[in-house]
Design a protein around this ligand. Structure first.
Ligand code: MG
Ligand code: MG
Length: 254
């Protein structure tokens, strides 16, 4: 069941979104060769707690970190670790959630570590662009399939592939709510988009094949062919006077 949010609830969610976005930005600024993913996780936890919020992912189904931090061919759900130290040329995905006054925010970004290859930078750029293509598909009368189709076609045009096994979702009092928001789809199909819907749009894009697998740690998802993967996510609110990127620190309306 899709739970629509009224104006007051969307205002509340903006606070959770802002904390999420700021925690992610703080971690992004700290990304450099030599830092461990555990240290990045600590920056995120401390920032969220300082705001009086709680990391949404900490303890989620037993997840041990405050954020999911995934390097290179790791797609999502990487476990922060003292042993995972970033090196020049890596790309790192940081996925953050904050729970504040009854609502969640959910956002992810991919950061280059030092100097990265041209292909890695292009993967990061195309992934971010595909998110904005998806957002642009949100129009009166549009459906969920329009978002996914816009994302997938931009990714395909650039020779990369969209992960199919993991998708976006509604966000609210629960971190994962209806509807499902795939990063692929058929225009005009799927649930209709209504004002009051708050959804996480989160393309996960592989440089090679879209196939992924979960490692034995029960969390980390990697590409099957070892190719690089990038991720970009914002919690997005659809309102009667525009689309708001709730986890963007500027909370710009589109
Ligand atoms: Mg996320
Ligand atoms: Mg999400």
């Amino acid at each position: 069941m899709i739970i629509l949010k009224n104006a007051e609830q969307i205002e509340c969610m903006k606070a959770a979104g802002r904390i999420t976005g700021e925690a992610l930005a703080a971690a992004g600024e700290a990304v450099k060769p030599g830092i461990s993913t555990y240290e990045l996780d600590t920056i995120i936890r401390k920032y969220i707690e300082k705001c009086g919020a709680r990391p949404s992912f900490l303890g989620y189904d037993g997840f041990p970190g405050s954020a999911c931090i995934s390097v290179n061919d790791q797609v999502i759900h990487g476990i922060p670790s003292r042993e995972t130290v970033l090196k020049d040329g890596d790309i790192v995905k940081i996925d953050v959630g904050a729970y504040y006054r009854g609502y969640h925010g959910d956002s992810a970004n991919t950061f280059p570590v030092g100097n990265v290859s041209e292909e890695a930078q292009r993967l990061i750029d195309v992934t971010r662009e595909s998110f904005y293509r998806g957002v642009s598909a949100i129009k009166k009368g549009a459906r969920i399939g329009d978002i996914g189709s816009a994302i997938d076609s931009h990714v395909k045009e650039n020779g990369f592939s969209v992960v199919r096994r993991y998708i976006g979702h509604g966000v609210g009092k629960e971190l994962h709510e209806d509807p499902e928001v795939p990063n692929f789809g058929t225009p005009g199909r799927g649930p209709r988009l209504y004002s009051g819907m708050v959804i996480a749009i989160e393309p996960m894009v592989n440089a090679g094949s879209y196939e992924v697998k979960e490692l034995k740690d029960g969390w980390t998802v990697v590409t099957c062919d070892g190719s690089l993967s990038a991720h970009y996510e914002h919690t997005v609110a659809i309102t009667s006077n525009g689309v708001i990127l709730m986890t963007d620190v500027s909370q710009s309306k589109i």
